[in-house]
Design a protein around this ligand. Structure first.
Ligand SMILES: NC(=O)c1ccc[n+]([C@@H]2O[C@H](COP(=O)([O-])OP(=O)(O)OC[C@H]3O[C@@H](n4cnc5c(N)ncnc54)[C@H](OP(=O)(O)O)[C@@H]3O)[C@@H](O)[C@H]2O)c1
Length: 329
C-alpha cells in the first residue's frame, strides 16, 4: 500500500510517498481502508522530531481515521467488513493514518456518524475527543456556566465552542477579527480579537468583574499563565498545550481554582458521545481545506503558517476519496 513516510525528521518536505506492506489485523484488531485523515499540530511536531524519543524512524504519522472496515482479526465482535468507522490511532504506539490502510484495536474504534462525510469525520476524531475530554471529563462544564475558549477558529477551538454550547454554557472566545463571523456561526456568544485587545481586560469587562468558570487554553505560554486572572471563584483551567516553561499559576490559589492538563486518550465512549451530538445537529466539524495524501507536505506547510486562512480543519482525502482533494468547502 502507499503511505506517506518519514525517513528523517525535518521540514514539510521530509515526507516520502512509499510502498509499505499492508497491515494484517491480529486478535482484537480491525483493518480499515482509510478514506480520509486530517492534520493536527501533533503531526508537524512529530515530523519536526519534537517526539523523536517516542517515534522510531521510519515513521508514519497521522492521528485521524475515517474509513471502511476491510477485515477483522480473531475475537472482534463489534465490527464487520463494510462498516463505516472513525477513530484516533493510538498516539506514539504504532503507525499513524497517512496511509491507504490502517490497523487499530477494536476498543478505540467507533461507528462513523452517518450524517458526516469521511472528510468531516476525519476532521473530528482527535480534536473532538480532545475537546470532550477537556470540557466534559475534566472541567465538568455545567449548564449556565461561562467558558473562555482560546483559538476559537482553530481545529480544537471551533469544536470546543460547539460542545460548550451543547452543554448550555455561555461562550467567550479569542480569534482574529477576520474570524469573528465564523466563531459566531459555530456558537460563540462573545468574540475577542486577541491581537487588538487584552483578553483579560475584555473578559473582566464583559463579565462585570466576575470572570469565567472555565478557561480552555489551546495556545500556552503567556495565554496560559494569565488564565487564572480571568477565573471566577472555584474556576477551572484546562490546557492541552505541551508546556515547555514553568508557569506562574499562583493566582489560582486565592480562587480555589483547579488546573487540568489534558493529553487526549483514545476510547470508543467519547466518539459515541460526539456522534450523538453530531446526529442531533449540535456539532459539525468545519473542513476549511482538503489536500490529497500525495500533497501532505503542502498541507503541513499551510497548517504551520500563522493566519493561513483555514478555519477549522485541513482534511486529507485518501484512496476512494482522493478525487475530493482541493475541492472547495
Ligand atoms: N493535549 C492534547 O491532547 C492536544 C490535542 C489536540 C491539540 N493539542 C494542541 O492544541 C493546540 C491547538 O491545536 P489545533 O488543532 O486547534 O491547532 P490549529 O487548528 O492550528 O488552531 C490554532 C488556532 O489558534 C489561533 N491562535 C494563534 N495564536 C493565538 C492567540 N494568541 N490567541 C488566540 N488564538 C490564537 C490560530 O489562529 P490564527 O489564524 O489567528 O493564527 C488558530 O486558529 C496545538 O498546540 C496542539 O498541539 C493538544
Amino acid at each position: 500500500m502507499k503511505a506517506m513516510t518519514l525517513n528523517s525528521f525535518g521540514g514539510p518536505e521530509s515526507f516520502e510517498l512509499c510502498d509499505v506492506p499492508k497491515p494484517v489485523p491480529h486478535a482484537g484488531q480491525v483493518l480499515v481502508r482509510v478514506h480520509a485523515t486530517s492534520i493536527n499540530p501533533l503531526d508537524f511536531q512529530v515530523r519536526r522530531g519534537d517526539y523523536r524519543d517516542l517515534v522510531p524512524l521510519p515513521a508514519i504519522t497521522g492521528h485521524d481515521v475515517s474509513g471502511v472496515v476491510e477485515a477483522v482479526g480473531p475475537g472482534v465482535t463489534m465490527f464487520s467488513p463494510g462498516d463505516e468507522v472513525w477513530y484516533t490511532p493510538q498516539i506514539f504506539d504504532g503507525p499513524g493514518s497517512y496511509a491507504e490502510y490502517h490497523v487499530a484495536a477494536e476498543s478505540i474504534i467507533g461507528k462513523k456518524p452517518p450524517s458526516l462525510s469521511h472528510l468531516e469525520a476525519a476532521s473530528l476524531t482527535l480534536v473532538g475527543g480532545t475537546a470532550w475530554e477537556a470540557l466534559v471529563s475534566r472541567a465538568a462544564l455545567r449548564v449556565g456556566e461561562s467558558i473562555l475558549i482560546h483559538g476559537g477558529a482553530g481545529g480544537v477551538g471551533h469544536v470546543a465552542i460547539q460542545v460548550a454550547k451543547a452543554i448550555g454554557a455561555k461562550v467567550f472566545t479569542t480569534v482574529r477579527e477576520d474570524n469573528f463571523e465564523f466563531a459566531r456561526s459555530v456558537g460563540a456568544d462573545v468574540v475577542i480579537d486577541y491581537r487588538k485587545e487584552d483578553y483579560v481586560a475584555a473578559i473582566m469587562r464583559e463579565t462585570s468583574g466576575r470572570g469565567v468558570d472555565v478557561v480552555f487554553d489551546t495556545i500556552g505560554g503567556d495565554t496560559l499563565s494569565r488564565s487564572p486572572d480571568v477565573l471566577a471563584q472555584l474556576g477551572r483551567v484546562v490546557t492541552i498545550v505541551d508546556i515547555a516553561q514553568p508557569q506562574n499559576l499562583i493566582e489560582s490559589w486565592g480562587k480555589n481554582a483547579s488546573i487540568h492538563f489534558v493529553f487526549t486518550r483514545q476510547n470508543r465512549g467519547k466518539l459515541d458521545e460526539l456522534s450523538t451530538l453530531v446526529e442531533r445537529g449540535q456539532l459539525r466539524p468545519h473542513v476549511g481545506a482538503v489536500y490529497s495524501l500525495a500533497d501532505i507536505s503542502l498541507a503541513h506547510a499551510r497548517l504551520e503558517t500563522p493566519n493561513n486562512g483555514v478555519r477549522g480543519k485541513i482534511a486529507i482525502a485518501v484512496g476512494p476519496s482522493a478525487h475530493l482533494a482541493s475541492a472547495d468547502f
